[in-house]
Write a protein of this length. Structure first.
Length: 123
């Protein structure tokens, strides 16, 4: 059965309304955290890594802590290479707020999203 032609959920006004509701929900239930984007100092193009990164900027942005796994101590193991910690946390951030605050920085690897290796400091 085809979709109903009388309901159009793809209008920009409705999408903007949903985005505003998400931003308001993050402002009410989220926490202020420091987002520290990683700056590549000496990038090795052969291995595609940077052994010496720096974190020069810190931005305060509201995020919602969605899920925490492993902070009870179950995911820490001693291996032959040292201590292996696999703790992880899932944070929710608004795309528009991220673009307003952080994507203006010229030193980002990819300016439209959080990059691998960036830090989130939760005071």
């Amino acid at each position: 059965m085809p979709t109903n032609v009388y309901f159009d959920t793809g209008t920009t006004a409705e999408q903007r309304l949903y985005e505003n509701l998400i931003i308001e929900q993050l402002s009410v239930f989220g926490q202020d955290v420091y987002y520290l984007p990683r700056k590549l100092v000496n990038e090795d193009t052969l291995f595609d890594e940077d052994a010496s990164s720096s974190f020069n900027d810190a931005y305060i942005i509201e995020m919602y802590l969605d899920n925490i796994e492993g902070y009870e101590g179950q995911k820490e193991m001693m291996t032959r290479f040292g201590l292996d910690m696999q703790d992880e946390a899932t944070w929710v951030v608004s795309k528009r707020r991220f673009e307003q605050l952080i994507s203006l920085d010229q030193n980002l690897i990819v300016s439209t999203r959080p990059n691998e290796g960036d830090l989130i400091y939760f005071p």
